[in-house]
Design a protein around this ligand. Structure first.
Ligand SMILES: NC(=O)c1ccc[n+]([C@@H]2O[C@H](COP(=O)([O-])OP(=O)(O)OC[C@H]3O[C@@H](n4cnc5c(N)ncnc54)[C@H](O)[C@@H]3O)[C@@H](O)[C@H]2O)c1
Length: 344
């Protein structure tokens, strides 16, 4: 019998995808020790730890934060959900003691400042670059084989920074942005189509920024039927525009950037690696010629499994999509250019 949130699950009521996800989580939790570290116990880090625990595939999640006692407090609060939400994952907290993270299979970097209303993600680079560089070195000192997932913004540039600063294999450095942007795209599509998100398929590639995102509207489908069968050109453009400002819309409403969907998106990537699921997510990956691009990390479809990015999938793009991807890459490269002083 499988349980979710403390209640038995009726398998007949689940979609096939969810059945497979649950099965792989539970089978995995029975057979392996899977330690995950999340650096930054703030809004996104804590949400990510919570979703990982609820999905029950990891043996331990270690939260790390620079603020004295903060990670310990978040970990204790989350552990007090265990009996209520029915998970066995042990969550611990540490104030800057990376020895406690030793032996992590996956390490997530969410440390840094989030944007305030009116700010772009790129404006965060001055503070976050130093933090991400220091944190990735600390993580690898104690978990030299860890797969690193970068969340801190500007995420594509922070992912590139981890490549340049650590020199570890490119399959082990994954930027999370496209999984979130695609979830926001599917939400907007489901609104426009007046159908559940489970009926919708869509992907966002390109840079994780308001201007750089490339929602692949021509390829979006409702249960394999192109969305253009249901929506006017104007409505499709509106979906694309709403998706691109998805983060900014929430930042304006909340006064800081969002955390539930970002946490859920990170947990999905961690699960794909931990349970060797071979699922496709758009992730920021180091490109060496794929999509005609070189020497940058940017969102492209990737197969995620036990080895991190196991394959970059090159899909055929239309001329318009190719032009948008090129423009997006130019924007990311421009932000990468600001890293020189951090890398010096
Ligand atoms: N990639 C994405 O899709 C995505 C989505 C949402 C947020 N973000 C980014 O994630 C980051 C975190 O956002 P948040 O809302 O959780 O912010 P937050 O302020 O709630 O949490 C950040 C935490 O990092 C900690 N921190 C700062 N420096 C540290 C260090 N050197 N070592 C360890 N911990 C340190 C802070 O004490 C704080 O608790 C931001 O940069 C935000 O822009 C990215």
């Amino acid at each position: 019998m499988f349980y979710s949130l403390g209640r038995p699950i009726d398998f007949k009521l689940l979609r096939q995808d969810d059945k497979l996800d649950l099965q792989s989580s539970f089978e995995h939790s029975k057979t392996s020790k899977m330690k995950v570290t999340v650096v930054g116990a703030g809004a996104v880090g804590a949400s990510c730890a919570e979703y990982i625990a609820i999905k029950n595939f990891a043996s331990e999640v270690v939260l790390v934060d620079i603020k004295e006692g903060y990670a310990e407090g978040k970990a204790m609060d989350l552990m007090q959900c265990a009996s209520l939400n029915g998970f066995d994952t042990k969550i611990t907290g540490s104030t800057s003691d990376y020895a406690k993270t030793a032996g992590s299979k996956v390490a997530v970097i969410t440390s840094g400042i989030p944007r305030k209303p009116g700010m772009t993600r790129e404006e965060l680079i001055g503070i976050n670059a130093g933090i991400v560089k220091e944190v990735s070195a600390n993580l690898l000192k104690h978990s030299p084989d860890a797969i690193i997932i970068v969340v801190s913004n500007p995420m594509d540039t922070m992912t590139y920074l981890v490549h340049k600063a650590t020199g570890i294999a490119k399959n082990r450095i994954i930027g999370m942005g496209g999984a979130l942007d695609s979830a926001r795209f599917k939400y907007r599509l489901s609104e426009a189509l007046e159908c559940p998100t489970s009926d919708v398929d869509g992907m966002v590639i390109g840079g994780h920024s308001d201007v750089g995102m490339v929602p692949l509207i021509e390829k979006a489908a409702r249960n394999s039927v192109p969305v253009s069968e249901f929506l006017s050109k104007e409505r499709m453009s509106q979906v694309v525009e709403d998706t691109k400002v998805g983060g900014a819309t929430l930042t304006k409403l909340l006064g800081t950037s969002a955390w539930y969907a970002p946490g859920a998106a990170v947990s999905a990537l961690v699960q794909a690696i931990a349970c060797d699921q071979k699922k496709i997510f758009p992730c920021s990956a180091l490109l060496e010629g794929e999509y005609g691009l070189n020497d940058l990390s940017i969102g492209v479809p990737c197969v995620l499994g036990a080895n991190g990015i196991e394959r970059i999938v090159e899909i055929a793009l239309s001329d318009a999509e190719t032009a948008k991807m090129k423009e997006s890459a130019e924007g990311v490269k421009k932000t990468n250019g600001l890293l020189d002083s951090v890398l010096a």
